[in-house]
Design a binder for this molecule. Structure first.
Ligand code: NDP
Length: 266
């Protein structure tokens, strides 16, 4: 896709989990606006296929739970692009809750926190010297509406809420170095995480989302590009919901009142 905007000419970017889904759409959007983008993904083959399809993109295998692999990915981006201006922390793990909390394992709890929260910390730590040197450095963390309300998944939700806190403390820390740090909290987005569940997505779109549909990866990519760009040059420490109105609008409340009142009158 071609965009009128070319906000990232001469930029280097790194997107974790960029092989598919939201990360792929972010990679496409940043590259379409002129950036060179390194996809740092656990799935090496998928990362390579996606990068081959996007002009300006490259890929490297990277597990964000491994400090050495994260540092190698950041070093590779710096070597290939000569600069690193944008970091998008997008990789995630989300474990199913056990039916009873007492059966929840330490392993799954720790895994979600390790990928989502500590992974973002590892990437930011490795990238910060380069982001600071860039003079226009920006970190965009991909959170979730789960950071703000209960949609299940204890560990994932706690990790995403922790990520919003890290977004704020890092924004404070990095501001003096000219680096902005923000977070996007997406609602339901049609990606492989929902593969084979189109009827569920249609029902959610009609029933839960005020704007009448679930999100597409491009909805998030547009917001990431904004927060990473000079257009957001005075925004830091912010969390932006991109959720079709899910958390702001409660349609059930007035509907229940109307139903009860018509019942009472009839
Ligand atoms: P996808 O599953 O489509 O893609 C995620 C990618 O991240 C995969 O390629 C995956 O590789 C990779 N990945 C997983 N673990 C690691 C790791 N340890 N290191 C590096 N890469 C890794 O995800 P989505 O596009 O759906 O989600 C992207 C982000 O958006 C996540 O942060 C998620 O929490 C957030 N989000 C998504 C929502 C949705 O409805 N889709 C809603 C709200 C937030 P592999 O497949 O090999 O595991």
């Amino acid at each position: 896709m071609t965009y009128g905007l070319r906000r990232f000419e001469g930029y280097g970017a790194l997107v974790t989990g960029g092989a598919r889904g939201i990360g792929e759409a972010v990679t496409r959007r940043l590259a379409a606006e002129g950036a060179r983008v390194l996809i740092a993904d656990l799935d090496e083959e998928a990362g390579r296929r996606t990068a081959e399809d996007i002009e300006g993109a490259e890929s490297i295998r990277c597990d964000v739970t491994d400090r050495a692999q994260v540092e190698a990915a950041v070093a590779y981006a710096a070597e290939r692009f000569g600069t690193l201006d944008v970091l998008v922390n997008n990789a995630f793990a989300c474990s199913e809750d056990a039916p009873l909390l007492e059966d929840q394992s330490d392993e799954l709890w720790n895994r979600d926190l390790d990928v989502v929260l500590t992974g973002a910390f590892r990437c930011a730590r490795a990238a910060m010297p380069l982001l600071a040197r860039s003079g226009r450095g920006a970190v965009v963390n991909i959170g979730s509406v789960n950071a703000e309300a209960d949609f299940g998944n204890h560990a994932y939700s706690a990790a995403k809420a922790g990520l919003a806190s890290f977004t704020r403390t890092l924004a404070g820390d990095a501001a003096a170095r000219g680096v902005r740090v923000n977070q996007i909290n997406p609602g339901t987005i049609r990606t492989s995480a929902w593969a084979g569940k189109d009827p569920v997505l249609e029902a959610l779109g009609r029933g839960a989302y005020p704007l009448g549909r679930v999100g597409e990866p491009e909805d998030i990519a547009g917001a990431v590009a904004f927060l990473a760009s000079a257009d957001a040059g005075w925004i830091t420490g912010a969390t932006l919901r991109v959720d079709g109105g899910l958390l702001a609008v409660n349609r059930h409340f007035p509907a229940l009142i109307a139903a009860a009142e018509s019942g009472a009158g009839g």
